[in-house]
Design a protein around this ligand. Structure first.
Ligand SMILES: CC(C)(COP(=O)(O)OP(=O)(O)OC[C@H]1O[C@@H](n2cnc3c(N)ncnc32)[C@H](O)[C@@H]1OP(=O)(O)O)[C@@H](O)C(=O)NCCC(=O)NCCS
Length: 344
């Protein structure tokens, strides 16, 4: 074992001090790499680092402490093992403090993660990098295969004149005639669980990486998702559209707000079932959400959304609402675990 590898410690999920130190590294890295991007809200990141089955997929995190006393961290990685689909993957996130880069810490952690992935029976180590970043150079050097591009867009609510969303909604009344909307915050109402499972399954129509499995939801998985959201802290707002005459759920959109980062909203899924497309429900749902947020989340300043570069329909909706590209695109990366292990 190299001396660097000897400094790696496994994160104790109950160690709030260490989790905070990992978050501090995340904030320092973001300031250096992607200053326009929203950070992970602290509680959400803590839940992601410490979550355990059956609520969360199996996962673990490892970190390198700075020399000397105290829990100060200079580098860390987390790896999770999907348990519903993509069962051959281990999904990795890795951060080295900007002051400690180009010293081999990333390479050491990547090799360590590959060993953990191999021990868990996973063949591929996947991650996300931004084009043109240190992570891009690192992944290229490691021999990673790149997947489809994702583009972040941000809507600055401070620039939007009052009444804009109501006008949007009114302009869509004819196209969306015959549909009604309902909204809620938090857990999915019992009557809607089956409809929401279908909406999650509709997300499989969005562009995804060639190697990525579709994900299938049933009522139990919707409830697991609800519990995960509750564990992350904050509020999840959902608006769904229903065919008025049948009561069938036709589409939905969700957005999250964290008390740890009150200025930012995080757009989640938006889906319209195939048989209900062409009624401008996607635009209606999102305009309605923005109107709801103006009333219930007065502290919100910006909303971030991520779309596959090829997702023209969703991007067209976002641009109509005023979302603008923010930062360089990111993409999925995949590395074969076997290539990262020492040859025997
Ligand atoms: C990517 C990251 C983890 C690399 O950590 P690191 O400790 O600096 O990596 P290493 O020292 O092991 O670098 C290994 C090689 O990658 C390449 N590399 C890494 N950073 C680079 C950069 N900024 N520019 C060019 N090449 C770079 C080099 O070939 C380097 O070898 P060299 O220093 O001998 O030339 C770090 O920059 C980081 O935390 N970035 C932000 C988060 C991120 O993108 N994570 C990866 C996605 S999960």
């Amino acid at each position: 074992m190299s001396s660097q590898a000897a400094r790696l410690q496994r994160l104790d999920p109950a160690d709030a001090g260490a989790i905070k130190a990992l978050h501090d590294v995340h904030l320092a890295a973001l300031a250096a790499d992607d200053p326009d991007g929203p950070p992970w809200p602290a509680r959400a990141q803590a839940a992601h680092l410490s979550g355990a089955p059956p609520l969360f997929e199996p996962r673990e995190a490892w970190f390198v402490a700075a020399p000397g006393p105290g829990p100060d961290v200079i580098a860390w990685y987390s790896v999770r093992f999907p348990d519903k689909e993509n069962l051959s993957w281990a999904v990795m996130e890795m951060t080295v403090h900007p002051a400690s880069r180009r010293q081999g810490l990333g390479t050491m952690m990547l090799r360590h993660a590959a060993r953990r992935a191999a021990d868990a029976g996973r063949a591929g180590l996947t991650g996300i990098i931004r084009h043109g970043s240190a992570g891009d150079a690192f992944a290229t050097r490691a021999g990673a295969t790149k997947g489809i591009d994702e583009i972040r867009r941000v809507l600055d609510l401070r620039k939007v004149p009052a009444g804009t969303w109501r006008q949007f909604r009114e302009s869509l009344a004819t196209a969306a005639a015959g549909y009604r909307l309902d909204c809620w915050e938090g857990s999915t109402p019992d009557d809607y669980v089956t409809g929401i499972a279908e909406m999650f399954n509709t997300m499989n129509d969005a562009p995804r990486n060639a190697e990525e499995d579709p994900s299938f939801y049933d009522a139990a998985r919707v409830r697991r998702d609800d519990e995960q959201v509750a564990r992350l802290g904050g509020r999840r707002w959902v608006i769904a559209a229903f065919r008025a005459e049948t009561g069938e759920m036709a589409g939905y959109t969700e957005l999250r707000v964290s008390p740890d980062l009150p200025g930012w909203g995080f757009q989640g899924n938006t889906a319209v079932a195939r048989r209900h497309r062409g009624h401008r429900l996607g635009l209606l749902l999102k305009a309605e959400m923005l109107e709801l947020l103006a009333a219930h989340e007065p502290g919100l300043e910006r909303i971030a959304t991520w779309n596959a570069a090829a997702n023209q329909h969703m991007i067209a909706i976002n641009e109509q609402l005023g979302f603008e590209v923010s930062g360089s695109p990111s993409c999925f990366t995949d590395l074969p675990v076997a290539a990262l292990l020492p040859q025997s």
